[in-house]
Design a protein around this ligand. Structure first.
Ligand code: PBG
Length: 331
């Protein structure tokens, strides 16, 4: 036997020498669910270890994350029912606690990177990312609302706008709206290939944002989110987003879609983001709670695999924990 691949696995030092993929905290984004009450801290039942927090708690959380090397955060508002309506008016309201929170975070920590979520669902009584008119999701009316939302978010200090709605033409529309307000430095992280996935459950629990079960409201998001069966459609979406001025292309979810991450990474020079979504994290946590998997080892392997597939940026509920483990690891 002339070739013995095991020689290159013979010790930790050797394995380190030949390691092809590195993952460090710098690539990770921690999602944050924000509540209006400044001191609130409520667990998300279906995602152990994740909390919905008021701004005071969030500031503490960000401080802890920064200590372990996490400097980027994706924020989602948990909007009380009384502020919701069909067109998401509260999204751009002066008193919007999400916008105020962004300002407070950037005042305290100017160097962190804050990513917004631009979609109607947290604000919508229908629970949809677009506006529902006559029982259908109206694409072009939604664009106007998204433009206004993105401008309000950028003016409040968000560094990157994250349109997660999957309406046609929204990246270009938001880019133009931002530029018109001289917000040329605000980037767009487009949810390029966002699939109509069964893995968003805990997130919808956290925000109480599931599509409503009403006769005149579509009961799922399949007319705008993508069919999990499709790859070439993701390439088409990527071409459009790149042409419309996106700064990042995102694939979501991540683990079941590693082939999509790989394909977009091969096809486009833009940075690729992958959203390791709530249900993917919840699955692993549930198995760990039962003692069926080791949380640290399984989560680290999942994140490394997403990176290996070609993700530059990984949005994951495990960001802070991973960063902690990574600090502690001698090798
Ligand atoms: C909606 C949005 C969703 C997620 C991020 N933005 C849910 C949905 O499309 O219904 C899911 C993220 C997760 O599951 O962690 N704009």
């Amino acid at each position: 036997m002339l070739s013995r691949p095991r020689r290159n696995r013979s010790s930790a030092a050797v394995r380190n020498l030949v390691r092809e993929t590195e993952l460090n905290a710098g690539h990770l984004v921690q999602p944050i669910f924000l509540l209006p009450d400044p001191n609130a801290r409520l667990p998300v039942r279906s995602l152990p270890g994740t909390f919905r927090m008021g701004i005071e708690e969030v500031l503490r959380e960000i401080e802890q994350c920064r200590e372990v090397g996490i400097h980027s955060f994706m924020m989602f508002p948990a909007v009380p029912q009384e502020h919701k309506d069909k067109t998401g008016t509260y999204a751009t309201a002066d008193e919007n606690f999400y916008l105020h929170a962004a300002r407070a975070i950037k005042d305290r920590f100017p160097e962190v990177c804050l990513i917004s979520d631009a979609a109607l669902d947290p604000y919508s009584t229908d629970g949809h990312d677009g506006v529902v008119i006559d029982g259908r999701i109206h694409n072009d009316e939604t664009l106007k609302l998204l433009d206004a939302m993105a401008v309000a978010q950028a003016q409040s200090g968000f560094d990157i706008i994250g349109p997660s709605d999957m309406m046609d033409g929204r990246v270009g529309s938001i880019r133009r709206a931002l530029d018109k307000e001289h917000l040329t430095e605000t980037a767009i992280m487009s949810y390029t290939a966002k699939y109509a996935s069964a893995f968003y459950g805990p997130f919808r629990d956290a925000l109480d944002s599931a599509p409503r079960q009403l006769a005149d409201v579509p009961s799922d998001k399949k007319t705008y989110q993508m069919d999990p069966a499709n790859v070439r459609e993701a390439l088409r979406e990527a071409d459009l987003d790149a042409a419309e001025g996106a700064d990042y292309l995102m694939v979501k979810p991540a683990l079941n879609y590693l082939d999509i991450i790989y394909r977009l990474h091969e096809a486009h020079p833009l940075p690729i983001a992958a959203y390791h979504v709530s249900g993917e994290c919840a699955m692993l946590l549930a198995a760990a709670e039962r003692g069926w998997l080791d949380y640290e080892q399984a989560a680290s392997e999942a994140l490394l695999s997403i990176r290996r597939a070609g993700a530059d940026v990984i949005i994951t509920y495990f960001a802070k924990d991973f960063a902690r483990w990574n600090q502690a690891r001698p090798f």
